[in-house]
Design a protein around this ligand. Structure first.
Ligand code: NAP
Length: 309
């Protein structure tokens, strides 16, 4: 039986592993389908303290993993399919196998939000994508007009990155002001290859009949006017949804699916703790997720020590 199982391998998960490993609890990290989490899909991370020149997101996560492993963390590639938190030890089903744990730290993070259009779903991987770093360099996007949807830091980051490849990048936002941080918004609006399209929403991705992206149908939210913009790719960057479906009905969460801790990092189930973006719709930063991972680990350690005594 495991002392501590950490579900998820983003900043929160690896930090929780680092701290529980250093407490001699030999944590098992279940990586999920995307080891390293969302940060592995970004380019340079400029706001993680300790890296004055920035650090590649993938590299940062690899370093976190190595640091956690140095103190006895074990990583297992796998997806948790079911959890039973009704009795202790807790039971998890991981790719068909049963894993038992005295304490669990949930650090499952969040996934990209989709627009919810039928055409978007049909053209996913055929020109519709959620990750410029992963897909931006594909030949189909080279020297072609590209569309980014969203107005937050992610959308701005994607748009700036895509200017390396596209002929022009249209940034389609539903309001007339960016939500992104000031520095990111200024950098984006100053880039001559980025053309903001304000007060507009994408109502259809074209062209399902051709089985590839040829453009988007756009509606102006104030006038209701519709237009078609030609493009070879649509990069959707409209925020995230927490990866908490698995815990529904077992762990307390809000109406949007974010886990609501009972106290600090403790959930409503004694022995189950939470950290990172799956419980944070406010800050959602690499550094805050790491801090939450640390807090969850310390609480898990105290919980286990109290059980022994
Ligand atoms: P976000 O800040 O929640 O922004 C989402 C954007 O998408 C908003 O502009 C929102 O519009 C728009 N949107 C949401 N739903 C939509 C819909 N159905 N249709 C059209 N537009 C929609 O998400 P994010 O940009 O992914 O950032 C998440 C967090 O990570 C933030 O805290 C951000 O600071 C952080 N982050 C930081 C960096 C960095 O510092 N380098 C990079 C990436 C992300 P409204 O503005 O109208 O709500």
């Amino acid at each position: 039986m495991e002392h501590v199982v950490v579900i998820g391998s983003g900043c929160a998960g690896w930090t929780a592993a680092l701290y529980t490993a250093r407490a001699n609890l030999q944590p098992l990290v279940l990586t999920g389908a995307q080891p390293g989490g969302l940060l592995t899909t970004t380019t340079t991370v400029e706001n993680f303290p300790g890296f004055p020149d920035g650090v590649d997101g993938y590299e940062l996560m690899t370093r976190m993993q190595k640091q956690a492993e140095r103190f006895g963390t074990r990583a297992q590639f796998g997806t948790v399919e079911a959890v039973d938190f009704s009795t202790r030890p807790f039971a998890l089903t991981v790719d068909g196998e049963r894993v038992e744990a005295r304490a669990v730290i949930i650090a499952t993070g969040a996934s990209h939000r989709h627009l919810g259009l039928e055409s978007e779903a049909k053209l996913e991987t055929k020109g519709v994508t959620y990750c410029a770093t992963c897909d931006g360099a594909l030949p189909i996007f080279r020297n072609k007009p590209l569309v980014v949807v969203g107005g937050g830091d992610s959308a701005c980051e994607e748009a700036n990155y895509l200017t390396r490849f596209g002929s022009v990048v249209y940034l389609i936002h539903r309001r007339d002001q960016l939500r992104a941080s000031k520095i990111m918004a200024e950098r984006t609006l100053a880039n001559p290859k980025i053309k903001p399209v304000w007060n507009s929403v994408v109502t259809e991705v074209l062209d399902v009949a051709q089985d590839k992206v040829t453009g988007v149908r756009v509606k102006h939210v104030k006038t209701g006017g519709q237009s078609v913009m030609d493009c070879a790719g649509v990069f959707v960057a409209i925020g995230h949804v927490p990866n908490t479906q698995l815990f529904k009905g077992r762990i307390a969460m809000d109406e949007n699916g974010y886990i609501v801790p009972a106290k600090s990092a403790a959930t409503n189930v004694p022995g189950v703790f939470v950290a990172g973006d799956c419980a944070d719709h406010v800050y959602r930063q690499a550094i805050t997720a790491a801090g939450m991972g640390c807090a969850a680990a310390i609480e898990a350690e105290r919980f286990l020590a109290a059980q022994k005594g």
